[in-house]
Ligand binder design. Structure first.
Ligand code: GLA
Length: 390
Protein backbone atom coordinates (compact mmCIF):
# COMPACT_ATOMS: atom_id res chain seq x y z
CA UNK A 1 0.00 0.00 0.00
CA UNK A 2 1.36 3.45 -0.84
CA UNK A 3 1.03 6.46 1.44
CA UNK A 4 -1.35 8.07 -1.07
CA UNK A 5 -3.59 5.01 -1.09
CA UNK A 6 -3.57 4.93 2.70
CA UNK A 7 -4.52 8.59 2.98
CA UNK A 8 -7.14 8.13 0.24
CA UNK A 9 -8.75 5.29 2.23
CA UNK A 10 -8.66 7.44 5.36
CA UNK A 11 -10.47 10.29 3.57
CA UNK A 12 -13.09 7.88 2.21
CA UNK A 13 -14.05 6.96 5.75
CA UNK A 14 -13.51 10.19 7.66
CA UNK A 15 -13.58 12.92 4.99
CA UNK A 16 -11.02 15.61 4.17
CA UNK A 17 -12.28 18.09 6.72
CA UNK A 18 -9.73 18.30 9.49
CA UNK A 19 -6.66 18.00 7.31
CA UNK A 20 -4.09 15.35 6.53
CA UNK A 21 -3.61 12.37 8.86
CA UNK A 22 -0.30 11.15 10.27
CA UNK A 23 0.75 7.81 8.77
CA UNK A 24 2.61 4.94 10.44
CA UNK A 25 3.70 1.46 9.40
CA UNK A 26 4.14 -1.25 12.01
CA UNK A 27 5.45 -4.66 10.93
CA UNK A 28 4.54 -8.21 11.88
CA UNK A 29 7.28 -10.49 13.16
CA UNK A 30 8.57 -13.98 12.73
CA UNK A 31 10.55 -15.77 15.39
CA UNK A 32 13.32 -17.89 13.91
CA UNK A 33 14.09 -19.77 17.12
CA UNK A 34 13.60 -19.38 20.88
CA UNK A 35 9.94 -20.14 21.49
CA UNK A 36 8.17 -19.78 24.82
CA UNK A 37 11.45 -18.64 26.35
CA UNK A 38 10.68 -14.93 26.64
CA UNK A 39 8.59 -15.17 29.80
CA UNK A 40 11.16 -17.57 31.24
CA UNK A 41 14.07 -15.13 31.14
CA UNK A 42 15.59 -16.83 28.11
CA UNK A 43 16.75 -15.79 24.64
CA UNK A 44 14.71 -15.24 21.49
CA UNK A 45 15.68 -14.60 17.88
CA UNK A 46 12.87 -12.81 16.05
CA UNK A 47 12.83 -10.46 13.07
CA UNK A 48 10.39 -7.83 11.84
CA UNK A 49 8.73 -8.48 8.48
CA UNK A 50 7.93 -6.22 5.56
CA UNK A 51 4.25 -7.11 6.00
CA UNK A 52 2.37 -5.37 8.78
CA UNK A 53 -0.23 -2.78 9.71
CA UNK A 54 -0.67 0.64 8.12
CA UNK A 55 -2.20 3.47 10.16
CA UNK A 56 -3.60 6.86 9.22
CA UNK A 57 -4.84 8.96 12.13
CA UNK A 58 -6.00 12.49 12.84
CA UNK A 59 -7.16 14.34 15.93
CA UNK A 60 -10.83 15.13 16.50
CA UNK A 61 -12.31 18.09 18.30
CA UNK A 62 -14.32 15.95 20.78
CA UNK A 63 -13.46 12.97 23.05
CA UNK A 64 -14.48 10.17 20.66
CA UNK A 65 -11.86 7.69 19.47
CA UNK A 66 -13.00 6.02 16.27
CA UNK A 67 -11.41 3.04 14.59
CA UNK A 68 -12.03 1.65 11.14
CA UNK A 69 -10.24 -1.44 9.87
CA UNK A 70 -9.96 -1.78 6.11
CA UNK A 71 -9.74 -5.54 6.77
CA UNK A 72 -13.14 -5.68 8.43
CA UNK A 73 -15.28 -3.20 6.48
CA UNK A 74 -18.48 -4.90 7.68
CA UNK A 75 -17.69 -3.85 11.22
CA UNK A 76 -17.80 -0.21 10.13
CA UNK A 77 -16.52 2.48 12.47
CA UNK A 78 -15.99 1.29 16.04
CA UNK A 79 -16.49 4.21 18.42
CA UNK A 80 -14.94 4.48 21.86
CA UNK A 81 -14.72 7.37 24.29
CA UNK A 82 -11.78 8.82 26.18
CA UNK A 83 -14.10 8.96 29.19
CA UNK A 84 -14.48 5.16 29.16
CA UNK A 85 -11.00 3.79 28.77
CA UNK A 86 -11.77 0.35 30.27
CA UNK A 87 -11.48 -2.90 28.30
CA UNK A 88 -14.74 -3.63 26.47
CA UNK A 89 -15.22 -7.30 25.52
CA UNK A 90 -17.82 -6.30 22.92
CA UNK A 91 -15.40 -4.10 21.01
CA UNK A 92 -12.96 -6.67 19.56
CA UNK A 93 -9.70 -5.39 18.02
CA UNK A 94 -10.26 -1.82 19.24
CA UNK A 95 -9.15 -3.03 22.69
CA UNK A 96 -5.56 -3.37 21.46
CA UNK A 97 -5.68 0.28 20.41
CA UNK A 98 -7.53 1.67 23.42
CA UNK A 99 -5.19 -0.38 25.61
CA UNK A 100 -2.32 1.82 24.42
CA UNK A 101 -4.14 5.04 25.32
CA UNK A 102 -4.87 3.52 28.73
CA UNK A 103 -1.25 2.34 29.15
CA UNK A 104 0.30 5.68 28.12
CA UNK A 105 -1.60 7.25 30.96
CA UNK A 106 -0.83 4.46 33.45
CA UNK A 107 2.89 4.19 32.68
CA UNK A 108 3.82 7.77 31.90
CA UNK A 109 0.90 9.90 33.02
CA UNK A 110 0.49 10.95 29.36
CA UNK A 111 -3.12 11.92 28.79
CA UNK A 112 -4.80 11.83 25.45
CA UNK A 113 -7.03 14.89 25.66
CA UNK A 114 -8.59 14.99 22.22
CA UNK A 115 -10.39 12.31 20.23
CA UNK A 116 -8.82 10.52 17.24
CA UNK A 117 -10.00 9.05 13.94
CA UNK A 118 -7.93 6.00 13.08
CA UNK A 119 -7.93 4.06 9.82
CA UNK A 120 -5.91 0.85 9.75
CA UNK A 121 -5.26 -1.86 7.23
CA UNK A 122 -2.95 -4.82 7.52
CA UNK A 123 -1.50 -7.52 5.31
CA UNK A 124 -0.47 -9.88 8.11
CA UNK A 125 -2.61 -12.99 7.70
CA UNK A 126 -5.32 -13.03 10.34
CA UNK A 127 -4.71 -15.07 13.54
CA UNK A 128 -1.46 -16.28 12.00
CA UNK A 129 0.84 -16.05 14.98
CA UNK A 130 2.82 -13.34 13.17
CA UNK A 131 1.80 -10.89 15.87
CA UNK A 132 -0.86 -8.76 14.29
CA UNK A 133 -1.96 -7.69 17.79
CA UNK A 134 1.52 -6.53 18.84
CA UNK A 135 1.88 -4.81 15.47
CA UNK A 136 -1.31 -2.88 16.16
CA UNK A 137 -0.25 -2.00 19.72
CA UNK A 138 3.17 -0.68 18.80
CA UNK A 139 1.77 1.13 15.76
CA UNK A 140 -0.84 2.84 17.94
CA UNK A 141 1.90 3.93 20.34
CA UNK A 142 3.71 5.58 17.45
CA UNK A 143 0.46 7.24 16.34
CA UNK A 144 -0.02 8.69 19.83
CA UNK A 145 3.55 9.99 19.77
CA UNK A 146 2.99 11.68 16.44
CA UNK A 147 -0.38 13.20 17.26
CA UNK A 148 0.32 14.35 20.80
CA UNK A 149 4.09 14.86 20.80
CA UNK A 150 4.69 12.23 23.51
CA UNK A 151 8.14 11.26 22.24
CA UNK A 152 8.19 7.77 23.76
CA UNK A 153 11.15 5.85 22.25
CA UNK A 154 10.44 2.61 20.39
CA UNK A 155 11.84 0.35 23.12
CA UNK A 156 9.48 1.98 25.63
CA UNK A 157 6.58 1.67 23.18
CA UNK A 158 7.34 -2.05 23.06
CA UNK A 159 7.26 -2.32 26.86
CA UNK A 160 4.03 -0.33 26.93
CA UNK A 161 2.53 -2.64 24.32
CA UNK A 162 3.40 -5.65 26.47
CA UNK A 163 2.03 -3.89 29.55
CA UNK A 164 -1.28 -3.17 27.88
CA UNK A 165 -1.53 -6.68 26.45
CA UNK A 166 -0.88 -8.15 29.93
CA UNK A 167 -2.98 -5.84 32.02
CA UNK A 168 -5.63 -4.56 29.64
CA UNK A 169 -6.21 -7.46 27.27
CA UNK A 170 -5.41 -10.18 29.81
CA UNK A 171 -2.80 -12.09 27.78
CA UNK A 172 0.37 -12.69 29.81
CA UNK A 173 2.70 -12.47 26.83
CA UNK A 174 6.42 -11.87 27.10
CA UNK A 175 8.27 -9.02 25.43
CA UNK A 176 9.41 -10.73 22.24
CA UNK A 177 6.69 -9.63 19.81
CA UNK A 178 6.46 -5.97 20.74
CA UNK A 179 10.25 -5.76 20.93
CA UNK A 180 10.81 -7.30 17.51
CA UNK A 181 8.18 -5.06 15.94
CA UNK A 182 9.39 -1.84 17.53
CA UNK A 183 13.12 -2.47 17.13
CA UNK A 184 13.31 -4.41 13.84
CA UNK A 185 15.96 -3.69 11.22
CA UNK A 186 16.02 -4.66 7.56
CA UNK A 187 17.80 -7.97 6.94
CA UNK A 188 18.61 -8.37 10.64
CA UNK A 189 17.18 -10.62 13.29
CA UNK A 190 17.45 -9.65 16.95
CA UNK A 191 19.21 -11.86 19.45
CA UNK A 192 17.52 -10.71 22.61
CA UNK A 193 18.16 -11.73 26.20
CA UNK A 194 14.72 -11.25 27.71
CA UNK A 195 16.12 -11.25 31.26
CA UNK A 196 18.13 -8.07 30.67
CA UNK A 197 16.79 -6.72 27.34
CA UNK A 198 20.38 -6.75 26.06
CA UNK A 199 20.27 -7.44 22.35
CA UNK A 200 22.27 -7.63 19.23
CA UNK A 201 21.31 -7.26 15.57
CA UNK A 202 22.43 -10.30 13.60
CA UNK A 203 22.60 -10.19 9.80
CA UNK A 204 20.44 -12.90 8.31
CA UNK A 205 22.28 -13.26 5.05
CA UNK A 206 20.59 -16.28 3.59
CA UNK A 207 22.30 -16.46 0.25
CA UNK A 208 20.35 -18.55 -2.20
CA UNK A 209 17.61 -19.21 0.35
CA UNK A 210 14.25 -17.79 1.31
CA UNK A 211 12.26 -17.58 4.50
CA UNK A 212 8.90 -19.20 3.77
CA UNK A 213 6.02 -18.93 6.17
CA UNK A 214 3.19 -21.41 5.98
CA UNK A 215 -0.03 -20.62 7.72
CA UNK A 216 -2.31 -23.36 9.10
CA UNK A 217 -5.47 -21.26 8.64
CA UNK A 218 -6.73 -22.90 11.81
CA UNK A 219 -9.03 -20.86 14.01
CA UNK A 220 -7.08 -20.29 17.20
CA UNK A 221 -9.96 -20.61 19.63
CA UNK A 222 -8.62 -21.06 23.13
CA UNK A 223 -5.06 -19.99 22.31
CA UNK A 224 -4.91 -17.16 24.85
CA UNK A 225 -6.04 -19.25 27.78
CA UNK A 226 -3.74 -22.12 26.83
CA UNK A 227 -0.88 -19.65 26.53
CA UNK A 228 -1.54 -18.33 30.03
CA UNK A 229 -1.73 -21.93 31.27
CA UNK A 230 1.75 -22.73 29.88
CA UNK A 231 3.11 -19.64 31.49
CA UNK A 232 1.77 -20.55 34.89
CA UNK A 233 3.01 -24.15 34.53
CA UNK A 234 6.50 -22.73 34.05
CA UNK A 235 6.11 -20.41 37.02
CA UNK A 236 5.07 -23.28 39.27
CA UNK A 237 7.96 -25.43 38.01
CA UNK A 238 10.37 -22.58 38.76
CA UNK A 239 9.05 -22.27 42.31
CA UNK A 240 9.61 -25.99 42.81
CA UNK A 241 13.19 -25.71 41.53
CA UNK A 242 13.77 -22.74 43.81
CA UNK A 243 13.28 -25.06 46.79
CA UNK A 244 16.60 -26.72 45.86
CA UNK A 245 18.52 -24.00 43.97
CA UNK A 246 18.86 -20.27 44.02
CA UNK A 247 17.60 -19.44 40.52
CA UNK A 248 15.50 -16.52 39.28
CA UNK A 249 14.29 -17.86 35.93
CA UNK A 250 14.32 -21.10 33.95
CA UNK A 251 16.43 -19.31 31.36
CA UNK A 252 19.30 -19.07 33.85
CA UNK A 253 19.75 -22.83 33.95
CA UNK A 254 22.00 -24.85 31.69
CA UNK A 255 20.60 -28.21 30.67
CA UNK A 256 23.11 -29.94 32.99
CA UNK A 257 22.00 -27.85 35.95
CA UNK A 258 18.39 -28.58 35.10
CA UNK A 259 18.94 -32.34 34.82
CA UNK A 260 20.57 -32.32 38.26
CA UNK A 261 17.60 -30.71 40.01
CA UNK A 262 14.59 -31.55 37.84
CA UNK A 263 13.21 -34.08 40.33
CA UNK A 264 12.22 -31.17 42.53
CA UNK A 265 9.37 -30.62 40.06
CA UNK A 266 6.53 -32.69 41.43
CA UNK A 267 4.67 -33.37 38.20
CA UNK A 268 5.84 -34.95 34.92
CA UNK A 269 3.93 -32.52 32.72
CA UNK A 270 5.41 -29.49 34.48
CA UNK A 271 8.83 -31.11 34.26
CA UNK A 272 8.50 -31.34 30.47
CA UNK A 273 7.33 -27.72 30.23
CA UNK A 274 10.37 -26.56 32.18
CA UNK A 275 12.66 -28.85 30.20
CA UNK A 276 11.50 -27.21 26.99
CA UNK A 277 12.18 -23.73 28.38
CA UNK A 278 15.71 -24.66 29.46
CA UNK A 279 16.73 -26.61 26.36
CA UNK A 280 15.09 -24.18 23.95
CA UNK A 281 17.04 -21.33 25.48
CA UNK A 282 20.28 -23.26 25.12
CA UNK A 283 19.37 -24.18 21.55
CA UNK A 284 18.74 -20.55 20.69
CA UNK A 285 22.12 -19.38 21.96
CA UNK A 286 23.78 -22.18 20.02
CA UNK A 287 21.76 -21.52 16.85
CA UNK A 288 22.71 -17.85 16.75
CA UNK A 289 26.35 -18.76 17.18
CA UNK A 290 26.08 -21.16 14.22
CA UNK A 291 24.46 -18.48 12.10
CA UNK A 292 27.26 -16.07 12.94
CA UNK A 293 29.68 -18.71 11.72
CA UNK A 294 27.70 -19.01 8.48
CA UNK A 295 26.43 -22.50 9.32
CA UNK A 296 22.83 -22.18 8.12
CA UNK A 297 22.53 -25.96 7.95
CA UNK A 298 23.36 -26.30 11.63
CA UNK A 299 20.95 -23.48 12.40
CA UNK A 300 18.22 -25.30 10.45
CA UNK A 301 18.76 -28.54 12.38
CA UNK A 302 18.22 -26.66 15.63
CA UNK A 303 15.01 -25.17 14.19
CA UNK A 304 13.79 -28.74 13.64
CA UNK A 305 14.78 -29.73 17.17
CA UNK A 306 12.92 -26.69 18.48
CA UNK A 307 9.73 -27.90 16.81
CA UNK A 308 10.12 -31.40 18.25
CA UNK A 309 10.48 -29.96 21.74
CA UNK A 310 7.45 -27.70 21.27
CA UNK A 311 5.52 -30.72 20.03
CA UNK A 312 6.54 -33.29 22.63
CA UNK A 313 7.48 -31.33 25.76
CA UNK A 314 5.60 -28.07 25.49
CA UNK A 315 2.60 -29.46 23.56
CA UNK A 316 1.67 -26.31 21.72
CA UNK A 317 1.82 -27.55 18.13
CA UNK A 318 -1.20 -29.71 17.23
CA UNK A 319 -1.81 -31.72 14.09
CA UNK A 320 -1.84 -28.73 11.74
CA UNK A 321 1.55 -27.28 12.71
CA UNK A 322 3.05 -30.75 13.00
CA UNK A 323 1.92 -31.56 9.48
CA UNK A 324 3.49 -28.36 8.13
CA UNK A 325 6.79 -28.96 9.92
CA UNK A 326 7.01 -32.69 9.29
CA UNK A 327 6.11 -32.37 5.61
CA UNK A 328 8.71 -29.59 5.30
CA UNK A 329 11.44 -31.84 6.69
CA UNK A 330 10.80 -34.30 3.83
CA UNK A 331 11.77 -31.77 1.15
CA UNK A 332 15.40 -31.82 0.17
CA UNK A 333 15.94 -28.08 -0.20
CA UNK A 334 14.63 -27.31 3.30
CA UNK A 335 17.32 -26.42 5.81
CA UNK A 336 14.97 -26.21 8.79
CA UNK A 337 11.32 -25.78 9.68
CA UNK A 338 9.39 -25.18 12.87
CA UNK A 339 6.27 -23.59 14.25
CA UNK A 340 6.68 -19.92 15.10
CA UNK A 341 4.93 -17.80 17.73
CA UNK A 342 2.65 -19.07 20.45
CA UNK A 343 1.46 -22.17 18.56
CA UNK A 344 -2.01 -23.75 18.83
CA UNK A 345 -2.48 -22.99 15.13
CA UNK A 346 -0.86 -20.01 13.48
CA UNK A 347 2.21 -20.42 11.29
CA UNK A 348 5.35 -22.39 10.65
CA UNK A 349 8.59 -20.93 9.31
CA UNK A 350 11.06 -22.67 7.03
CA UNK A 351 14.38 -21.84 5.44
CA UNK A 352 14.20 -23.10 1.88
CA UNK A 353 16.73 -23.07 -0.95
CA UNK A 354 15.65 -20.77 -3.79
CA UNK A 355 15.33 -23.57 -6.30
CA UNK A 356 13.13 -25.64 -3.96
CA UNK A 357 10.60 -22.95 -3.03
CA UNK A 358 8.01 -23.84 -5.69
CA UNK A 359 8.27 -27.54 -5.00
CA UNK A 360 8.09 -26.81 -1.28
CA UNK A 361 4.86 -24.85 -1.54
CA UNK A 362 3.31 -27.39 -3.88
CA UNK A 363 4.23 -30.51 -1.93
CA UNK A 364 3.70 -29.26 1.60
CA UNK A 365 0.48 -27.55 0.47
CA UNK A 366 -0.89 -30.74 -1.12
CA UNK A 367 0.04 -32.96 1.84
CA UNK A 368 -1.46 -30.46 4.28
CA UNK A 369 -4.76 -30.19 2.44
CA UNK A 370 -5.01 -33.97 2.09
CA UNK A 371 -4.47 -34.53 5.80
CA UNK A 372 -6.19 -31.51 7.34
CA UNK A 373 -9.02 -31.04 4.86
CA UNK A 374 -8.47 -27.38 4.01
CA UNK A 375 -5.53 -25.53 2.46
CA UNK A 376 -2.59 -23.81 4.12
CA UNK A 377 -1.31 -20.45 2.81
CA UNK A 378 2.30 -19.71 1.97
CA UNK A 379 4.25 -16.46 2.09
CA UNK A 380 7.81 -15.86 0.98
CA UNK A 381 8.76 -13.09 3.40
CA UNK A 382 11.47 -10.52 3.85
CA UNK A 383 12.95 -9.02 6.98
CA UNK A 384 12.13 -5.33 7.33
CA UNK A 385 12.41 -2.33 9.61
CA UNK A 386 10.57 -1.71 12.87
CA UNK A 387 7.58 0.56 13.47
CA UNK A 388 7.99 4.06 12.08
CA UNK A 389 6.30 6.99 10.47
CA UNK A 390 5.41 5.97 6.94
C1 GLA B 1 3.47 -15.17 21.71
C2 GLA B 1 3.81 -14.15 22.80
C3 GLA B 1 5.33 -13.99 22.94
C4 GLA B 1 6.02 -15.33 23.08
C5 GLA B 1 5.53 -16.32 22.02
C6 GLA B 1 6.08 -17.71 22.23
O1 GLA B 1 3.84 -14.69 20.46
O2 GLA B 1 3.22 -12.92 22.53
O3 GLA B 1 5.62 -13.15 24.03
O4 GLA B 1 5.85 -15.87 24.37
O5 GLA B 1 4.12 -16.41 21.97
O6 GLA B 1 7.44 -17.73 22.07
Amino acid sequence: MTREELIGSFYEIYGKNGGAPVTVFSPGRVNLIGEHTDYNGGHVFPAALTIGTYFAARKRADREVRFYSGNFPKKGIVSRSLDELEFDPEKGFSNYLMGMIWAYEKRYGFRVTEGIDVYLWGNIPNASGLSSSASVEVGMGKVLNELFGFDVPNLEIALTGQYSENRYNGVNCGIMDQFAIAMGKKDRAMFLDTATLDFEYVPVALEGMKIVISCTNKKRGLADSKYNERRSECETALKELQTVKDVRALGELTSEEFEAIKDAIGDPVRMRRARHAVYENERTVKAVKLLFEGDVEGFGKLMNASHVSLRDDYEVTGMELDTLAEESWKIEGVLGARMTGAGFGGCAVAIVKDEAVDEYIEKVGAAYEKKIGYPASFYVVEIGDGTDVF
